[in-house]
Unconditional design. Structure first.
Length: 250
């Protein structure tokens, strides 16, 4: 078998030019690693993880939408309203559930046209899990191609615009058509949008639904009162921009 090159040796010889080339041209200095993205706290990631609820799977909220401003968190809140009251600030795009001791649970919200069309007081006589949705007459007129197929209503589910839960606001015993509900559009939280009432991440509307009492009072702030409760008594109200940009757990 003299003169025969074994396959293993042949493979080694084939690699020599490549190894020589690597040695002849030193590798360039590696580029500096990119700045690390802020690490989302584990407890926040857990709060907004995938949830299975009544046979529906709610996807995890993408981390890019979970900045400090939008996360559910307990904050300082100074109000004469009783614990359990829901205060909606549609102009700053926050919802507060009043707690004991000048505290509140704060939720980032998205606000549509309907959400900016009501202010004052009401109550929540009932709620719905995975509620049915029917487009409003305005929606049908504005975009019949989009909303027309659902004119008769849409059953609850992950594709339903009302999301996982809905709280129905009444005033003086009458339905205001104002809803606090979930959303399938996490990018919209913290923003003013063209449609809908007050929308929360689905994980947040489930949390609020579990905390809110039947018959809970709701106060929807006017633009002039935006920011009310976020500072101690005697302190000037923050400007709308300051209130919108709140992120600290005070």
């Amino acid at each position: 078998m003299t003169g025969t090159i074994r396959p293993r040796r042949l493979a080694s010889l084939a690699l020599l030019p490549l190894l020589a080339a690597c040695a002849a041209a030193p590798a360039p200095e590696p580029a500096a690693p990119p700045e690390a993205e802020p690490v989302l706290p584990a407890e926040v990631r857990a709060m907004y993880a995938t949830v299975e609820d009544e046979g529906e799977v709610i996807p995890a909220v993408p981390e890019q939408y979970l900045d400090e401003r939008n996360r559910r968190q307990e904050v300082g809140y100074w109000t004469d309203e009783a614990p359990g009251t829901i205060v909606v600030d549609p102009h700053a795009r926050f919802l507060y559930l009043v707690m004991e001791g000048d505290r509140a649970m704060r939720y980032g919200v998205a606000v549509g046209d309907q959400g900016r069309g009501f202010s004052g007081e009401g109550n929540i006589p009932f709620t719905r899990e995975w509620p049915r949705w029917t487009p409003t007459p305005n929606m049908l007129r504005r975009d019949p191609d989009l909303y027309g197929p659902h004119a008769g209503g849409m059953e609850g589910g992950i594709d339903n615009p009302l999301g996982a839960r809905a709280l129905y606001l009444f005033k003086d015993g009458r339905d205001t058509l104002y809803r606090i509900h979930g959303t399938n559009d996490p990018w919209s939280i913290g923003k003013a949008t063209s449609a809908g009432c007050i929308r929360l991440f689905n994980q947040d509307i489930i949390d609020l639904h579990e905390r809110a009492r039947a018959g809970a009072k709701v106060v929807v702030l006017s633009e002039a009162d935006s920011g009310k409760g976020t500072v101690p008594p005697g302190t000037p109200l923050p400007t709308p921009q300051q209130t919108t940009n709140q992120g600290e757990t005070s």
